[in-house]
Design a binder for this molecule. Structure first.
Ligand SMILES: [Cu+2]
Length: 132
């Protein structure tokens, strides 16, 4: 009986996505980061209610553009307890509807968590690496 309970919890977490189980900074889907260092511009799709790739590694100074490829509005907002992005960050649903895009240039190294507050399992992370 006890073992069945553990399995039920694991399945529930898998179905709900990692963000609902444990740290608020779990990124879904939990795929390896896309290492996009060496590029001046990087694009992240908002598609099927996910940011893809959800985790990217970029250089300081890279311009990241989020593109809404869904048929519904999303937003891009700093996660509640995330590192200060160093400048005004984010796009609300009125400017990030279907087909719209939003860009932000990361000026400081660090790990930046963001989310769509409409779809709470929709979250991402930008790891900004200091140039070697
Ligand atoms: Cu959304």
């Amino acid at each position: 009986m006890k073992r069945t309970g553990v399995i039920v919890v694991l399945v529930a977490c898998a179905l709900a996505g990692a963000a609902s189980c444990g740290s608020t900074h779990k990124i879904t889907p939990a795929l390896p980061p896309a290492d996009l260092r060496g590029r001046a511009r990087v694009e992240i799709d908002a598609a099927q209610n996910q940011f893809m790739p959800a985790t990217v590694i970029v250089d300081v100074g890279t311009k990241v553009t989020w593109i809404n490829k869904d048929s519904v509005a999303h937003n891009v907002e700093k996660s509640a307890d995330a590192l200060d992005f160093g400048a005004k960050f984010g796009a609300d649903a009125s400017v990030f509807g279907p087909g719209r895009s939003y860009s932000f240039t990361f000026a400081k190294a660090g790990t930046y968590f963001y989310t769509c507050t409409i779809h709470t399992l929709m979250s991402g992370k930008v790891e900004v690496a200091a140039k070697a």
